[in-house]
Design a protein around this ligand. Structure first.
Ligand SMILES: Oc1ccccc1CN[C@@H]1C=C[C@@H](O)[C@H](O)[C@H]1O
Length: 326
């Protein structure tokens, strides 16, 4: 039976999100199936610069070394986001918001320190994560970034990253990327960046999907729409939850046969779409390695187990695996 990376080797990279534990514990499974990794949390600002001018690179250094030692690429995640930022980033010594100039300096210093450290070693960066508002008239979500700097915080983030590593592929990354309303906002945001000459090279589709949503039609429409921008597309955080978003039931202690069957159906159709658009989609990353661990065990319901991947809790292929590696 072919491994994931073997089966898709002529189509796109196949990646997995890793953490400080799985990079060691799941080394064999990682090197068997994947040729790309992403740090699930360890390269986010709260982990990379927890205190002003105090960078903690140890785990990230270990991950990039693991990737290079095993012929893998590494996707940097993420430089500018409204979540998982260290508290100090937006405030002065009195706890007040810093000025636009000061926050731009802190943004530049963070991006320059992190991106230049891994210059030429990190294949792609999620420069800005989840800046678009899900619903309503507003294009961009409220955040300390937009409150203090303004809407051009996004332009600056990409410019600083490009200055630090001109060869890195720079991505805008978001979830609910296939919902028509948000799709159009993401499209307009990225088109605006391109029109202003901002160095952006790709759109990251997080692909946090489930057994019921989004529709194949909406996914295909999103892939086609983003492809019109002429940029690379990365599926960056794929998982297929067995629960519909908003379903907070806690009575399911293991996936039912029906769930596994529907999940296999969905995964097959998803990867058929990725294959159909492989000239645009150059990387597909699962937001974990196997059902042994997923962030969905705690989101949106803390402590509620989920089984979103194609490898089970023992790292063995599930029905979905056999429908995509066919
Ligand atoms: O942040 C969200 C809020 C609501 C829905 C989905 C998301 C997805 N957000 C992702 C999920 C997990 C984190 O580890 C990733 O860094 C983030 O990009």
């Amino acid at each position: 039976m072919k491994t994931l990376k073997e089966h898709f080797k002529d189509k796109f990279l196949v990646g997995a999100a890793v953490n400080a534990y799985t990079i060691d514990h799941d080394k064999e499974l990682l090197t068997k199936h994947f040729n790309s990794i992403t740090a699930e949390n360890e390269m986010k600002p709260e982990h990379m610069q927890p205190e002003p001018n105090k960078f903690t690179f140890e785990v990230a250094d270990k991950m990039i070394q693991f990737a290079e030692d095993n012929g893998m690429q590494l996707r940097g995640h993420t430089l500018v986001w409204h979540n998982q930022m260290p508290d100090w980033f937006f405030t002065d010594e009195n706890g007040n918001d810093v000025s636009r100039e000061e926050l731009l300096k802190r943004m530049k210093d963070h991006i320059t320190a992190v991106v230049s450290r891994y210059k030429g070693r990190i294949h792609a960066w999620d420069v800005v994560n989840e800046a678009v508002e899900d619903r309503g008239e507003e294009m961009l979500r409220k955040s300390k970034w937009i409150d203090i700097i303004g809407e051009d915080f996004i332009d600056y983030a990409f410019k600083f990253a490009h200055e630090a590593d001109p060869d890195a592929l720079l991505f805008y990354n978001d979830y609910n990327e296939s919902h028509p309303e948000k799709r159009e906002k993401i499209y307009q945001l990225v088109k605006g960046l391109l029109d202003r000459g901002v160095p952006i090279h790709g759109v990251g589709l997080q692909a946090h999907w489930n057994l019921y949503d989004p529709s194949y039609e909406n996914i295909e429409a999103a892939i086609k729409r983003y492809s019109e921008l002429g940029l690379q597309l990365h599926v960056t955080e794929m998982d297929v939850s067995v629960f519909e978003f908003g379903d907070e039931r806690t009575d399911v202690k293991e996936p039912t046969k029906e769930m596994l069957h529907l999940q296999a159906e969905r995964y097959e159709r998803f990867f058929d779409l990725f294959t159909k658009y492989q000239e645009h989609i150059t990387s597909v990353t699962f937001w974990g390695i196997s059902d042994a661990y997923t962030w969905l065990n705690d989101f949106p319901v803390r402590g509620r187990k989920n089984w979103p991947f194609v490898l089970d809790e023992k790292g063995e292929p599930k029905p979905a695996y056999h429908r995509i590696v066919k």
